[in-house]
Write a protein of this length. Structure first.
Length: 229
């Protein structure tokens, strides 16, 4: 993910978290907008009795206690996965979306490893930042929650960046909020459909493969998904 480089893609989306992929028309989101910054971890015990979905009791790794997310005058309390999203947990490599081939270089010599551990996330990336005009290595850390109705109509996951090793590098800043609808193609491919803010502006589709797996490229070849570093 590179927040400063949004790419608008077609109005199709993948649904289904396991073996089948179905293409359907994407419905424009109707949720209220969370601003890019100005949000922070709320305090106290969130009330989730008004939330629509069951709450998973699985703890899938490192966990930041869920106390809600405060954004201006709104506190988001619903969280379907306080112990982490089972479909995300693991280590992922950003791969070329047009080939889905780990051997295809990304633009600007960019490389990225994205890790989800419980309800925390981290990203390690290197490459040439065209805005700053130099090669960078950037580490980002944060936490996330799984949104739910009635607070977030499309139940997007919401991510907060808490620590950035190089402020502004690849568009990252501490306090940045973004939302995503992670969609799976089998166990080892992830389409990470994300927006800066919550349901705000155009979305970007980034494709990842699970590090340590073997995947099929769009050309029909079987390739190892190795750690890019």
């Amino acid at each position: 993910m590179r927040p400063g480089a949004l790419l608008v893609v077609s109005g199709l989306m993948m649904v289904g978290c396991h073996e089948e992929v179905l293409l359907v028309e994407a419905t424009p989101p109707t949720s209220d907008v969370i601003v890019n910054k100005g949000c922070y971890k709320a305090s106290g015990s969130p009330s989730m009795g008004h939330c629509e979905s069951p709450i998973s009791d699985e703890v899938l790794g490192t966990t930041v206690p869920w106390t809600g997310l405060a954004c201006e005058d709104t506190v988001y309390q619903c969280n379907r996965c306080p112990g982490g999203d089972v479909h995300l947990v693991g280590e992922w490599r950003h791969i070329h979306g047009a080939t889905e081939d780990p051997d295809t270089p990304l633009d600007d010599d960019y490389r990225e490893r994205l890790v989800f551990d419980g309800n925390t996330w981290s990203q390690h990336s290197t490459g040439f930042d065209i805005v700053l005009g130099k090669s960078l290595t950037v580490d980002v850390e944060g936490w996330y929650f799984c949104g739910d109705k009635p607070e977030i109509d499309n139940k997007a996951n919401v991510f907060l960046a808490t620590d950035v090793s190089y402020e502004g590098g690849f568009g990252w800043e501490s306090g940045l909020v973004f939302s995503a609808e992670p969609l799976k193609d089998g166990a080892d491919k992830l389409l990470f459909r994300w927006r800066e803010g919550l349901n705000q502006g155009p979305y970007t589709d980034d494709i990842y493969c699970r590090i340590g797996s073997e995947i099929e490229t769009l050309a029909g070849e079987t390739k190892a998904c190795t750690d890019p570093f």
